[in-house]
Ligand binder design. Structure first.
Ligand code: SAM
Length: 285
């Protein structure tokens, strides 16, 4: 009956569905984006609390079932169903996003939402447990990783409930969790490519000291190339001889991060470090 490739696990526990909708703190004026409504167990509860729902569903069969479910009710004209792949859909305006979608698209889904403008107010999202724990992980947690820092740069993320497999039909292989993700508005004025470039260096071995992470040949080669390009495009003389290792270690000493480890540093630390590198003309993209 259900399409496994589309990760169709219907949420059958009405208490969990209600909990998800309650945690979105919907206002009567809200337009809600729902991703992957399936047969509409969340959709009908969302419709009770807001002005309008736009639901993006990839499976035309389920979209038809949902259409039938609201047909002839007052909800009918407040529900717009877009049939198609969320990842390829141009998103409409929305205040709040609610989603229980297949876990393969989790990461892309999060970044697609955070890149959307204007920024939404909040979102309540169901994910595989481990992915959810990575999203909320803090410095020092074992699951703290590049995903944690990149998402937390742009949003506040909070774990709101655990959802066991047996709340779904058919039950999935893995446990799930619901998180609330609220974009930081305005977003921090950081060049994401620079930021992510630095995170890629730091999180290859998050428990190494920064001083050690920055001694890798491939990293030094990348930074040296970027530095030469930067100097060439900014009318800046390249030192002769150029000792890139010394330049980089100098920044680490000056900022006093040389003996720190990425696994225990927070957003402010990374931002300070990135600014100090950029000040010396050292760039990560
Ligand atoms: N939200 C419903 C619920 O809680 O009962 C259904 C959940 S089910 C885990 C995931 C739903 O997302 C299915 O209806 C599936 O067809 C749909 N889906 C899967 N991939 C999608 C995509 N890329 N874009 C839009 N919908 C998708």
């Amino acid at each position: 009956l259900f399409n496994k490739d589309l990760g169709q696990h219907i949420l059958k526990n009405p208490l969990v569905a209600q909990g998800i909708v309650d945690k979105a703190y919907l206002r009567p004026t809200d337009t809600v984006l729902e991703i992957g409504p399936g047969t509409g167990n969340l959709t009908v509860k969302i419709l009770e609390k807001c002005k309008k729902v736009v639901a993006v569903e990839m499976d035309p069969r389920l979209a038809a079932e949902l259409t039938k479910r609201v047909h002839g009710t007052p909800d009918q004209r407040r529900l717009e169903i877009m049939i198609g792949d969320f990842m390829k859909t141009t998103l409409p305006y929305f205040d709040v996003c609610i989603s229980n979608t297949p876990y393969q698209i989790s990461s892309v889904l999060v970044f697609k939402l955070l890149e959307h403008r204007p920024l939404f107010r909040t979102s309540v999202l169901m994910f595989q447990r481990e992915f959810a724990l990575r999203l909320v992980a803090k410095p020092g947690d074992s699951l703290y990783c590049r995903l944690s820092v990149n998402v937390q740069l742009y949003a506040k993320v909070e774990h709101i409930m655990k959802v066991g497999k047996n709340n779904f039909r058919p039950p999935p292989q893995v446990e799930s969790s619901v998180v609330r993700m609220e974009p930081r508005n305005p977003p921090p004025p950081v060049d994401f490519k620079e930021w992510d470039g630095l995170m890629r260096v730091l999180f290859v071995r998050k428990n190494k000291t920064l001083s050690a992470s920055f001694k890798t040949d491939s990293v030094m080669e990348m930074l040296e190339n970027n530095y030469k390009t930067y100097c060439a495009t900014h009318d800046r003389m390249i030192e002769d001889p150029l000792d890139m290792k010394a330049k980089v270690q100098g920044v680490l000493q000056k900022t006093e991060f040389a003996e720190h480890r990425a696994a225990k540093m927070d957003q402010d630390d990374y931002l300070k470090l990135l600014a100090a590198f950029n000040e010396e003309g050292i760039h990560f993209c």
